[in-house]
Write a protein that binds this ligand. Structure first.
Ligand SMILES: CC(C)(COP(=O)(O)OP(=O)(O)OC[C@H]1O[C@@H](n2cnc3c(N)ncnc32)[C@H](O)[C@@H]1OP(=O)(O)O)[C@@H](O)C(=O)NCCC(=O)NCCS
Length: 141
């Protein structure tokens, strides 16, 4: 809870919440990489079970990017078995027309003593088309 409170206070600008009938049904947290502020790292994406499969995660991610038109790269990390998350970020890359590349970020054995699956870093970008139009402009066209 302390972590979540920091996410939605210090990092409120790069977090987004979705409500339905005053109930929280979606939350995305993130931050700009301190040494690379044109990169938005998505920390957590969570959609309430009843609201899944209706495009909410995709909408929240798109909305965050519209809020930050200067962001050139979107990063996140995903474990191999989280198919819903892979599909969400592959879909986002398709929607943005941007390449998606992966590499190991935190290795199961090396970083988690085997107690957590490997976290694969997913890099989507650059979020600009060949004419230099930003993703937010491209979406409005
Ligand atoms: C991952 C999660 C955020 C997706 O939220 P969502 O609002 O249901 O996602 P969307 O409706 O925007 O769907 C995005 C894409 O993922 C696909 N998808 C969604 N749920 C899926 C599932 N359970 N299995 C396979 N694909 C799935 C959708 O089909 C869609 O792709 P498509 O349009 O090409 O078919 C949600 O399942 C969740 O909260 N999971 C638990 C928490 C979690 O694992 N978060 C990610 C790591 S922090």
């Amino acid at each position: 809870m302390y972590c979540n409170l920091l996410q939605c206070s210090h990092f409120a600008d790069t977090a987004i919440a979705a409500e339905h009938n005053s109930e929280l049904c979606g939350f995305v947290s993130g931050y700009r990489l301190p040494a690379q502020p044109d990169t938005l790292f998505i920390w957590q994406v969570a959609v309430a079970p009843a609201a899944r499969g209706q495009g909410l995660a995709s909408q929240m991610l798109q909305q965050l990017l519209r809020r930050h038109p200067d962001v050139c790269w979107l990063h996140t990390s995903i474990t191999a078995s989280n198919q819903a998350s892979w599909n969400t970020f592959h879909k986002l890359a398709r929607q943005l027309g941007a390449p998606l590349q992966t590499r190991v970020m935190f290795d199961s054995a090396q970083h988690f003593a085997g107690e957590h699956d490997t976290e694969t870093l997913v890099c989507i970008g650059p979020l600009r088309d060949t004419a230099g139009t930003s993703h937010s402009q491209a979406e409005e066209i």
